[in-house]
Design a binder for this molecule. Structure first.
Ligand code: NAD
Ligand code: MG
Length: 343
């Protein structure tokens, strides 16, 4: 079993005397910067010249510097830029400003695991990866809670890298929920696998395939939407709160019998073989190579697939139905609003 760290395990002095630069003010960036600041950490935000996020971050009370100036000012540099842009920004703005004993931090192992960034040996290399989207990292912190965090140490020339990673994770609220130590490799590979197979890829394709099956069989699309997408949240909430067993206890015996006997037929051995192949593509670096090439060549395929997703009929039915249920998104700040969007 993993060792889990909570607030009483944290040496807060490990970050109290440091200067932290957060590069980027997107989903994770705005949450880290604001949470750290409110936890009393000396923090600034590093942004591109002319970035639309400058005003947003300054309005939130944060100090903003250019990417190079922020890197030079700080002794802890957290890179919260899109994974496919980090290497270029690192080369141009971060590397020239790294001093011995500085710490370079990431929220995802991608650039270190796949050797896109190779930091000098005299710099600590750490990861603090909240296990949730940025807007939740911010919202739960404001509410007095936190999102569980993974930390990892790749390089530790100062001998203080782990204490720093723990104190940083505490500063963003992670120690309230629990911090687990991992490696860049484990975090990166499990994170990519989870989002591809379950959280993003698996679940959206399961929902759409089931919706299509019902609509094609002649059932009313609105009913199919409620059944295959809307109700998913209720089931996931039960699993989140009480595990799979708790969910099964709450649903009817009929639902549970269908779950127990039909679930393994839908997610069958063939699907498990495919899952293993998807994992192998992650481990071998094939996925990373493909994605970096796609991102650097204009994202033609990415945008085409995104557009195809938008055209799926479940999106039209869904937006119509959600408009009639405004309470669903009431009080929830969208990531775009919170972070000022891309820029
Ligand atoms: P994001 O796309 O929401 O934000 C990226 C920020 O970088 C924006 O402020 C954008 O304007 C800026 N930016 C983009 N390209 C740039 C460039 N070339 N130069 C300078 N600035 C640029 O990114 P994110 O989702 O917050 O991801 C940041 C990191 O956090 C990634 O490593 C990601 O894997 C990791 N992470 C994200 C989440 C999440 O919930 N989104 C969760 C865990 C870890
Ligand atoms: Mg993830």
């Amino acid at each position: 079993m993993a060792n889990i760290y909570y607030e009483s395990d944290i040496n807060r002095a490990a970050i109290a005397e440091r200067k932290v630069a957060i590069l980027g003010y997107g989903s994770q960036g705005h949450a880290h910067a604001l949470n750290l600041k409110e936890s009393g950490v000396d923090v600034c935000v590093g942004l591109r010249e002319g970035s639309g996020s400058v005003a947003k971050a300054e309005e939130a009370g944060l100090t903003v510097r250019s990417l190079s100036e922020a890197s030079a000012w700080a002794d802890v540099i957290m890179i919260l830029l899109p994974d496919t842009d980090q290497a270029e920004v690192y080369q141009e703005h971060v590397a020239p400003n790294l001093k011995a004993g500085d710490a370079l931090a990431f929220a995802h192992g991608f650039n270190i695991r796949f050797d896109l960034i190779t930091p000098p040996e005299d710099v600590d290399v750490i990861m603090i990866a909240p296990k949730g989207p940025g807007h939740l990292v911010r919202r739960t912190y404001v509410e007095g809670g936190g999102v569980p965090c993974l930390i990892a140490v790749e390089q530790d020339p100062t001998g203080g890298a782990k204490d720093l990673a723990l104190a940083y994770a505490d500063g963003v609220g992670g120690a309230r929920a629990g911090i687990i130590e991992t490696t860049f490799t484990e975090e990166c590979e499990t994170d990519l696998f989870g989002e591809q197979v379950v959280l993003c890829g698996g679940v959206t394709e399961l929902v759409r395939s089931a919706f299509d099956t019902l609509v094609d069989a002649g059932y009313q699309p609105e009913i199919c939407y409620f059944e295959c997408l809307h109700e998913l949240k209720l089931i996931v909430d039960l699993m989140y709160e009480q595990g799979i067993g708790g969910m099964r206890y709450s649903v009817s015996d009929t639902a549970e019998y269908g779950d127990l006997t039909r679930g393994p037929r839908v997610i069958d051995d063939q699907v498990r073989v495919t899952m293993k192949k998807v994992l192998e593509e992650i481990q071998s670096g094939t996925f990373a190579e493909e994605w970096v090439a796609e991102a650097h060549s204009g994202r033609e395929n990415f945008y085409a697939l995104e557009e195809k997703g938008r055209q799926h009929r479940i999106e039209q039915v869904g937006s119509k139905l959600r408009a009639m249920m405004p309470w669903i998104s009431a009080g929830k700040v969208s990531v775009q609003e919170a972070s000022g969007g891309q820029g």
